[in-house]
Each structure stands twice: as structure tokens, then as C-alpha cells.
Design a protein around this ligand. Structure first.
Ligand code: F3S
Length: 425
């Protein structure tokens, strides 16, 4: 093999720790060689994160694989968090959907038990926003990670300055088991250089989800260096800014395949290295109001009846922060008041991490939301929607990731507010 391994890694590959470890290492070596890596580097973060959180009945090979790993003692060297669960009985669904969910996710309990044996942090560790303080899986700057969840990878790389490739599910678990990952791409200084300069020249603060989608669809898997955005979101990584970057990043990662972005005067590497981060001959893309409007108008709506009244609204993909839950509550209560309404006009679900909900549920705003008829939940809206029954429902969302992967229709925050408050049907 072309890859230079340490004695310990070679020992594992040669079967010194048993067949399961050998297969794990062989897979990582093959993965690395595909991308031109010549060595492995240690995973240095305290915790891992897995993307596969759902007990889909059709994923039999995954459960068999997990069993083999557990039997062989090939468990994660780091405790890990996992993406959100697919089901919550509090989220509106009809009888048929409930039966369908039960069959579709019939392996959920078994799979949860496997995750326990493999090293999940706790029952509350199911979320895509594992990097929030309330969840407690916050990598340090410079940490090497073995994660796969695209919205978490782009956040960890860009906002926290950790280093992680856009791995796939299972491969990220293998990196956590072996304790090393192939060294290429976003782990390297060279791979973290920007090959695009994005010039934000809008007349107002851009919508995070539309800006992210616009950038993602242009640069795809490349690294952008974004100029002009600090004029709208500031030069301090406070909670509002982090929330904006979370949502923008998830859209760059799902509408394109961005794993890292730099923002002039704001994100850690851009603050330190400034334009030295920009590769020679970087291409330039100017984003103004017209470009954002063009991109938003290009989103297809695949509802059968384009004028159907929405039956459900999801807010919180990626999961909301405590700050965002409060902000949405205040905006919603004000909007309902203006319409003379007590309750939302469209069944609405706000999603957030279990740890975030635990904090929020102790506040007055939670009671206000409940009174307004809003459900708060820990689920992944994508998992809820990704089946033929829910796919036919007219669902609206402010998430560009959910729009991309399902039949949900995208609206900006302001447009969503108009609909759930009853101002616009
Ligand atoms: Fe998170 Fe599920 Fe959206 S994993 S980013 S809530 S698709």
C-alpha cells in the first residue's frame, strides 16, 4: 500500500487486533488512498459524532456490521453524539403515518441499544448541533475530527477552526474506532485555502439560508473566502452570529458540498491569516440583491397542487439554539397579536437538541409557544418527511437543507412568519 502507516496502524491492518479492526483500518486506508493521502493522523477531538441515528428497517447490513464491531470490541475510542432521532409522538401525524413510521423505523430501539454499546454519550446526545454548549460536544480549534454530518462538519471547520473532511456515515465511526483518519483535503493547510472570493454587496442583511445556498451552488465543494458579510453580521462571534453561520453553513453544505468557508474579519482562520488564506488565481463571485432573488426564485416547488394550504411547518433544520427559540417565540407572538390570533394558523414544529429544549422548556417563552399551539421537538424533520406519505404533504420550512432533500417548500423567515401567523395563506 502507498500509505505510510505507523507501527501501531500497520499492526491493526495486519490483523494484530483481530479481523474487525483489520477491516476498519483497511477501509480507512482505501478511503485515504482514493483521495491521495499518504499517511494517517490521530483523531484529537474529545468526542465523536455519528450521522446514522435512525433505525430504518431496510438498513440490515448496518445492524449486522454494528454487531460484528461490538462483538469484536471494536468500539469508538471517543464517546460520541449522533444526529437527531426520526420520531416523536408529539409531532403532528395521522393514523396512517403512525403505522407507516412504526414499520419504517421498526429497528429504532435495537439500533439505539447498539449505539449505547458503541459509545454514545447519553440518551440526550441525538442532535445535528452537537457543538452547542448545552450538548457539550464542542471541538477545540485545531482538533482533528472524524465526523460526517455535513452541517456540523462545515460549522466545526469554519466557525470553530477544527479540522474535518466531509466523511461519509460509517467511515466517521471507523475513524473513531481506529483513532486515526487519512490526511488529505480539509485536514491540510493547503486544502483549507480559498479558491473562491465571494463579494457580498447586498443592500441589507442577507437571509442566511439563501446566502448559503447561493454560495454552495456556485462553489460546490470548494472553499470560499467571503468578503463584505462582516458589514451585516459584525466581527464578533457572538450567539447571533453563530446562529447565522450555523444556518448559512448548512445551506452551503447541502445546496453545494462546502465543508469550510472563511469570513473576512470574523472566522478564526480568516482573522489570523487574512488574505494569505486565498489561493492564487481564486475566482470571484459577486452576490448582490438581484443574485439572491434570482437564486431564491429558482427553487422548484414539487407540490402537486402548487396553491395548496400548508399542512405543517418545520423550523429548526439544523436544530435551533436557545437564542433562536426565544427570538422565534417573540416574533411569532408579535405577529399573532397583529392578526388578532391566539394560535398559529399552520401546525408548526420547532426542532432543537434535547439539551437545548431542556433549558428552553424552563422559560416563560416555552409556555407562550405552547399556548400558541407550537410543538417543540428533538426530531430531524428530514427523517420525518423522507417517506412517500409525508412527501405528499404540503410542508413549508425556512430550511434550505430540508427543501433540497424533501418536497418541503422554502420560505424566508419573514415569509414563514406571515404564513404561520395567518397574515398570508
Ligand atoms: Fe439536522 Fe436533520 Fe436538518 S440532521 S440539519 S435537522 S436534516
Amino acid at each position: 500500500m502507498a500509505m505510510q502507516l505507523t507501527a501501531e496502524q500497520q499492526h491493526m491492518l495486519d490483523g494484530g487486533k483481530g479481523e474487525a479492526f483489520a477491516k476498519v483500518m483497511k477501509t480507512l486506508v482505501m478511503y485515504g488512498e482514493t483521495f491521495g493521502a499518504t499517511e494517517m493522523v490521530p483523531v484529537t477531538s474529545a468526542k465523536g459524532h455519528l450521522v446514522t441515528s435512525f433505525g430504518l428497517s431496510v438498513m440490515k447490513p448496518v445492524y449486522g456490521l454494528m454487531d460484528q464491531l461490538i462483538e469484536a470490541g471494536a468500539i469508538s475510542q471517543q464517546p460520541f453524539s449522533v444526529d437527531p432521532k426520526p420520531l416523536d409522538k408529539n409531532v403532528p401525524s395521522n393514523l396512517l403515518q403512525n403505522i407507516f413510521f412504526k414499520v419504517m423505523y421498526s429497528k429504532q430501539d435495537d439500533y439505539d441499544a447498539q449505539l449505547k454499546k458503541l459509545g454514545i454519550i447519553s440518551d440526550k446526545s441525538y442532535t445535528c448541533t452537537c457543538y452547542m454548549d448545552e450538548v457539550g460536544n464542542v471541538p477545540n480549534k485545531g482538533d482533528v475530527l472524524s465526523w460526517a454530518e455535513s452541517s456540523a462538519v462545515v460549522y466545526a471547520n469554519s466557525v470553530l477552526g477544527a479540522r474535518c473532511n466531509r466523511n461519509s456515515g460509517i467511515l466517521e465511526l471507523f475513524g473513531s474506532i481506529a483513532g486515526c483518519v487519512p490526511y488529505f483535503g480539509l485536514l491540510t493547510d493547503e486544502g483549507r485555502k480559498a479558491t473562491w472570493i465571494i463579494e457580498v454587496k447586498t443592500s441589507k442583511k442577507p437571509e442566511a439560508q439563501v446566502l448559503g445556498s447561493t454560495i454552495g451552488m456556485k462553489v460546490m465543494e470548494d472553499v470560499p473566502y467571503i468578503k463584505g458579510l462582516d458589514a451585516w453580521i459584525g466581527t464578533e462571534l457572538n450567539q447571533d452570529t453563530r446562529d447565522f453561520l450555523k444556518d448559512m453553513g448548512a445551506a452551503t453544505a447541502s445546496n453545494g458540498a462546502v465543508g469550510l468557508y472563511h469570513i473576512e474579519n470574523l472566522t478564526p482562520e480568516a482573522v489570523e491569516q487574512k488574505e494569505a488564506l486565498i489561493a492564487e488565481n481564486a475566482q470571484v463571485y459577486v452576490i448582490d440583491d438581484a443574485e439572491l432573488a434570482r437564486v431564491q426564485a429558482s427553487y422548484p416547488c414539487i407540490w402537486k397542487d402548487q396553491s395548496a394550504a400548508p399542512k405543517l411547518c418545520f423550523i429548526g433544520c439544523p436544530h435551533l439554539s436557545v437564542n433562536q427559540l426565544h427570538s422565534w417565540t417573540q416574533r411569532l407572538i408579535d405577529a399573532l397579536k397583529k392578526q388578532g390570533r391566539q394560535k398559529v394558523a399552520v401546525p408548526t414544529v420547532f426542532t432543537a437538541a434535547p439539551g437545548v429544549l431542556e433549558v428552553f422548556e424552563k422559560t416563560d417563552d416555552y409556555q407562550k409557544l405552547k399556548k400558541a399551539g407550537v410543538v417543540v421537538s428533538y426530531i430531524c424533520p428530514l427523517m420525518y418527511m423522507n417517506n412517500p406519505l409525508c412527501g405528499k404533504m404540503p410542508v413549508i420550512t425556512n430550511s434550505n437543507k430540508l427543501r433540497t432533500y424533501t418536497s418541503a417548500r422554502y420560505y424566508t423567515d419573514a415569509e414563514i412568519l406571515q404564513r404561520i401567523s395567518g397574515e398570508v395563506r
